[in-house]
Design a protein around this ligand. Structure first.
Ligand code: ADP
Ligand code: ZN
Ligand code: ZN
Length: 746
């Protein structure tokens, strides 16, 4: 006899929800036809109602008493099959729950369960099509609207543009006469009237090198299974110009292009160059600075195909594209492509995977390519193109190391550096001083009793920010107002030690009262539009002194900038992180690349108390290609990435012992399993140890590094680690996350 409670599989859907759980849930759905994979639902969960995404339908469920779906939110999938596969891959590659991954790929508005906004497109019906316009001579507006609709479908936005406020009334009259009909589509980004008035630009003539790159790219992009292309071009060599030309033919064949950049700071300038080059195509940006509604519109516009070029940061890699023709990744080496919280994916790697799955070409550009990419070139997995010179009269900047051990310093700036700045400013040029530390000073202390400001949530020093009169913890972000007296001994002589950008700004302003000193860092650009304003001021070309953190190192093109001063690289020279050397080499060259991009030669002065350090010497005398080869050889010796693969298990807890015990237990079980499976030889477990940043925001932090010289092996081990982590009984307050291909070990 058939058990009536057995559920017919034709009405069961399997869904993922946005929760950190590694399982999928089944629901009964009495709505027919069943919602497609990729549609959102509202489903009951415990005592609440949550948004869910269908990942499978017609499911044979092992459970009998399934709850019912409350509502289907989408009539069409938000995530298509190819994207679904990519996200499934990402979930298993990064060991992150599928639901979290899927919802991460949606704009915030849709994650929250908002409806996709609809738009009406109007057209004439059978009668309207043949209706004689002359019959409307007495209603000229209706006549002209009907005439427009007879020519084809028109969106409401366009009707508003053409007919002004009364468009709705006019349309109502036509509707009453039964001449028009509409269909509803997802509202998307309709490129609005050209508000920007970007002047038409004369095409630059490509240099020989650029021309060759463009034509090689054209060839590579035609491959049936295109290999990624690495474009290694020194700063200012005109890579962006090469992207633009390479993109032309893709757009002309009616396809879309996705351009990924590391930071929002780069998007306004790049957006401008793209709009200037492609006035006939719609270009839009996607980044975290956009309001939810705007983000949704752009996302939908890319999905419908209305937007041809999307320029975006890391998460834009998940943008649905109707007809993707190529992906470009600018500054591919940049660490900010790696997400540092939650879903710890590498945006560049996701982009390469996406392109690969779709057999779509991908181009990676950088002046200082990541060692991973260079390794892939060596292995012939990527094509390699080189731009070794700057166009026109612009030359590579001259770089000098300045030994500061015997020089007087003021706020960390040497007297020689000060006079260099003076010379360049007197010559009516611009200067940039680079220091990767914001705030006024990293230490606020009392000389009488030795007290210094410490964050009690992280047990690390707090940075003094003079403008806000606050100390801020750069690890957890907590802010405290600074009192005029020492909290321990009441002395009123608090002092600071060391310097950040604010202090440099103060000193340089006092030395150069006639010159504008512009500081660009996270604090000075937090207000919307303030970065653009500052950049505009620099672009005027008058002498200015720019002070900045790494925000300033990338992509910017300031033709009048002739001097770059780099303060304080010494810390990075002694870092224990094996990636520090690569990062430092990249950073120094990227900052240096801002100098001498115009007609005059640039000069880079690097202040250090370690002038004999081999890395600095190699960097200055031999350049990046040689340095990267050396670092690669070293990595090979140690089986470090890219010659091996790594994963980090990170644990944190509000109780130190609980956190430590938990990871200890996991580690012993994992070791035991490795022995059982006779895998010890292929895998190294390093730890568990307290993380270098042992406490952060009141949580104690621990880590276990798992390395293997084979990626497959590493993933097999991490599979086991994951099930141990899921099964282990966790005392309250203990959290863990797996970080695949970790970029930092803090
Ligand atoms: P990159 O992206 O490699 O740092 P850009 O593409 O920003 O370099 O180019 C640097 C500067 O050189 C820009 O101002 C750009 O307009 C200019 N430029 C690029 N190619 C040429 C060329 N062939 N002739 C003249 N100027 C060029
Ligand atoms: Zn004191
Ligand atoms: Zn803190």
């Amino acid at each position: 006899m058939v058990n009536m409670s057995v559920i017919d599989k034709s009405n069961v859907v399997r869904v993922a929800i946005q929760r950190p759980i590694y399982k999928l849930l089944d629901y009964r759905c009495n709505i027919s036809p069943l919602p497609d994979v990729g549609c959102r639902l509202r489903v009951p969960l415990g005592n609440s109602v949550v948004t869910a995404l269908v990942v499978e339908n017609n499911v044979e469920s092992e459970f009998k008493n399934l709850k019912d779906v409350i509502e289907v939110l989408d009539d069409k999938p938000l995530i298509n099959n190819a994207m679904m596969e990519l996200l499934n891959w990402a979930s298993s590659y990064y060991f992150y729950p599928l639901g979290e991954v899927l919802f991460h790929a949606l704009p915030v508005a849709l994650r929250k369960g908002k409806q996709v906004p609809k738009l009406r497109l109007w057209h004439t019906n059978r009668l309207g099509k043949i209706f004689s316009l002359d019959d409307l001579n007495r209603a000229p507006k209706q006549k002209s609207m009907l005439e427009m609709l007879q020519k084809g479908e028109v969106g409401e936005q366009r009707l508003d543009d053409v007919f002004g406020k009364t468009w709705r009334n006019i349309l109502k009259q036509l509707d009453k006469k039964k001449l028009v009909e509409f269909r509803e589509v997802d509202a998307d980004f309709t490129p609005s009237k050209n508000q920007e008035n970007i002047p038409e630009k004369n095409q630059v003539t490509l240099t020989e090198e650029q021309q060759q790159s463009v034509s090689s790219i054209g060839g590579y992009f035609q491959e049936e299974k295109p290999k990624p292309v690495l474009l290694h071009g020194i700063t200012g060599s005109g890579k962006t110009e090469v992207y633009l030309r390479a993109i032309e033919s893709i757009l002309d064949s009616d396809k879309q292009v996705l351009v990924l950049v590391p930071e929002i700071g780069l998007t306004p300038q790049l957006l401008y160059r793209f709009k200037e080059h492609f006035p006939q195509y719609s270009v839009a940006t996607l980044h975290s600075g956009l309001a939810d509604g705007e983000r949704l519109r752009v996302w939908l516009g890319a999905k419908s195909g209305a937007i041809k070029i999307i320029i975006g940061t890391r998460s834009a890699v998940f943008t649905p594209m109707k007809n993707l023709g190529a992906i470009f990744i600018d500054e591919e080496h940049d660490a900010s492509f790696k997400q540092q919280e939650g879903f710890l994916y590498q945006g560049r790697d996701m982009a390469i995977k996406r392109a690969h799955d779709l057999s779509v070409p991908v181009l990676l550009g950088s002046a200082t390519p990541s060692l991973e990419s260079l390794h892939n070139v060596n292995k012939k997995r990527y094509h390699y193109l080189r731009l070794a010179s700057r166009p026109g009269t612009s030359k590579r900047p001259e770089m000098v190391v300045q030994d500061v051990r015997a020089l007087p310093l003021e706020a960390g700036i040497s007297s020689l550096m000060m006079s260099e700045i003076r010379t360049h400013i007197q010559n009516k040029n611009q200067v940039m001083i680079f220091l990767n530390r914001r705030g006024f000073a990293p230490v606020l202390m009392c000389p009488s009793c030795g007290w210094h400001a410490v964050c009690h949530h992280c047990e690390m020093g707090m940075t003094y920010h003079a403008a806000a009169r606050q100390v801020i913890c750069h690890h957890c972000g907590i802010e405290e107002q600074v009192k005029p007296t020492c909290p321990e001994c009441n002395s009123n002589k608090l002092t600071t030690q060391g310097q950040g950008t604010e202090r440099i700004e103060e000193i340089l302003s006092s030395h150069f009262p006639e010159t504008s000193v512009i500081r660009i860092d996270r604090d000075s650009t937090s207000k919307k539009g303030s970065l653009e304003k500052k950049l505009q001021q620099v672009h005027k070309g008058e002498p200015v002194i720019l002070i900045g953190t790494q925000m300033l190192t990338k992509g910017h093109d300031f033709p009048k900038l002739t001097l770059v001063g780099i303060l304080d690289v010494d810390q990075a020279l002694f870092s224990t992180d094996y990636r520090a050397q690569e990062r430092l080499a990249q950073q120094v060259l990227q900052v240096s690349g801002r100098a001498g991009r115009g007609e005059q030669k640039g000069r880079v002065v690097l202040q250090t108390s370690q002038p004999e350090h081999p890395l600095l010497i190699a960097l200055l005398s031999k350049g990046y290609s040689k340095v990267s080869k050396d670092i690669l050889n070293e990595r090979k010796l140690w089986h470090y990435p890219p010659y091996g693969a790594q994963a980090l298990i990170r644990v944190s807890a509000d109780n130190e012992k609980r956190g430590g015990d938990f990871l200890n237990k996991i580690t012993s079980s994992l070791r035991f399993q490795l022995e059982m499976d006779q895998l010890e030889e292929h895998v190294d477990l390093l730890g568990p140890i307290a993380s270098p940043l042992a406490k952060r925001a009141n949580r104690y932090r621990f880590q276990l590094l798992v390395s293997s010289n084979q990626r497959g092996q590493l993933h097999a081990i991490m599979e086991q680690a994951l099930s141990l982590l899921i099964q282990s009984r966790r005392m309250g307050g203990v959290r863990w996350v797996i970080d695949i291909d970790p970029m930092d070990f803090l």
